[in-house]
Write a protein that binds this ligand. Structure first.
Ligand SMILES: O=c1[nH]c(=O)c2[nH]c(=O)[nH]c2[nH]1
Length: 306
C-alpha cells in the first residue's frame, strides 16, 4: 500500500538479443543458438515509484549485461529453457529484493545445412517456425516452465470439411466435405516441474522435446502419407493434436493451441458477357489471412494441478 493506493509493478529488459557459439562439440561441429531474451523482475522497489528513491532498483541495463555474462559462463551446450531457469535463479538469489523473475526467450531457427548430403560443421540456414519458452522462478525455488512453438505453418489440400454448423439469416457459408485447410500453429505446453529441485540433474533435453512435440502436432494434423485423415473442423483437429501430445508425453501437464483458420477462398469469376470465365472446380483459390478464423483451446489432464 502506498498513500492509500495499491500498486503492482515489475520491471525488466525486453528483446535482449544474444547468440552463443559452442565450438568444441564432439561429433557435431559448431553449435549456435540465437536467443531473444525478455527479463521481468518482481522486486520490492515501491519507493522508486512513490518517492523517487531508486536505491532498490536493479538497472535494466544490468539485466541486459547479465544475459551476456551468463551466456559466456555456459561452457556446455544448453537449451534455452535451462538458460531461462539459470537466469531466473540468478536474479532471485543474487538480489535480496527480487521475489520472482519471469524469463521469456524466443529462439531464431538456425538449422545446420547439409552439403552433398553431409551435415556442415559450421554452416547454418534460417528455418521457419520458432521455439519459445517462459520460465517463472520464485525466490525460494518455486518454478513454472512452459515451452512452445510460434509460426508452425501447416496446410492440407484435401481431407477437410465443415458441416452441421449453425444456420441462420446471417449464414452464407455452404456446407462442404472438400476444402483446403491451412493454419499457423502457436503452441505452448507446460512441464510439471514445480521447484528448481524437480528438474532432472542431467540437463533435461528440452530441445529434443520441442522437436518431438512439433512432430506429433504435425503428424496428427496431416494423418498418414497417402490417405491422410479427415478433419471435420479446425476445432476437432486442434483437440486431436493436443490429445496426441498429452498421450505421448506423460510429463506434459497441459497444452494450449492457437490455430487460425487461414482461408483459401474458391475463385468464381463471371460477368454477364462471360458467365463462365473461371468456374471453381477445387482448383483455383484466393489465399487470404485477413480476416481469418481464430480457434484456440487449452487441454489439460483432469487430475493435473493446473
Ligand atoms: O473449421 C472451421 N471451424 C469454424 O468454426 C469455422 N467457421 C467458418 O466460417 N469456417 C470454419 N471452419
Amino acid at each position: 500500500m502506498a498513500e492509500g493506493f495499491k500498486i503492482e509493478q515489475n520491471h525488466g529488459k525486453s528483446r535482449v538479443r544474444v547468440a552463443r557459439v559452442w565450438r568444441r562439440v564432439a561429433g557435431s561441429g559448431h553449435v549456435i543458438v540465437e536467443w531473444n531474451v525478455g527479463v521481468s523482475l518482481f522486486s520490492d522497489c515501491l519507493h522508486s515509484y512513490t518517492s523517487a528513491d531508486n536505491s532498490a532498483i536493479v538497472a535494466t541495463d544490468s539485466m541486459k549485461n547479465t544475459v551476456y555474462a551468463k551466456a559466456k559462463e555456459c561452457t556446455e551446450v544448453m537449451s534455452m529453457e535451462s538458460f531461462a531457469v539459470l537466469l531466473g535463479r540468478h536474479f532471485t538469489s543474487y538480489y535480496p529484493q527480487v521475489t520472482a523473475a519471469v524469463i521469456n526467450i524466443v529462439e531464431k531457427p538456425w538449422e545446420r545445412v547439409a552439403v552433398d548430403g553431409q551435415p556442415h560443421s559450421h554452416g547454418f540456414k534460417l528455418g521457419s517456425e520458432k521455439h519459445t519458452t517462459e520460465v517463472r522462478v520464485e525466490k525460494y525455488g518455486t518454478l513454472s516452465v512452459t515451452s512452445g512453438i510460434e509460426g508452425l505453418a501447416l496446410l492440407k489440400t484435401t481431407q477437410s470439411g465443415f458441416e452441421g454448423f449453425v444456420r441462420d439469416r446471417f449464414t452464407l457459408l455452404p456446407e462442404t466435405r472438400e476444402r483446403m485447410v491451412a493454419t499457423e500453429v502457436t503452441a505452448a505446453w507446460r512441464y510439471p516441474f514445480a521447484d528448481v529441485s524437480d528438474i532432472p540433474a542431467k540437463p533435461f533435453c528440452f530441445t529434443q522435446r520441442y522437436l518431438d512435440v512439433k512432430k506429433v502436432l504435425a503428424d496428427t494434423f496431416f494423418g498418414s502419407p497417402l490417405e491422410g485423415v479427415y478433419s471435420p473442423s479446425v476445432q476437432n483437429t486442434l483437440y486431436l493434436m493436443a490429445k496426441a501430445v498429452l498421450n505421448r508425453f506423460p510429463d506434459i501437464a497441459s497444452v494450449k493451441l492457437r490455430m487460425p483458420n487461414l482461408h483459401f477462398l474458391p475463385v468464381n469469376l463471371s460477368s454477364k458477357d462471360n458467365p463462365n470465365m473461371v468456374k471453381f472446380a477445387d482448383d483455383v483459390y484466393m489465399p487470404t489471412d485477413e480476416p481469418h478464423g481464430t480457434i484456440e483451446a487449452t487441454v489439460s489432464r483432469t487430475m493435473s494441478r493446473l
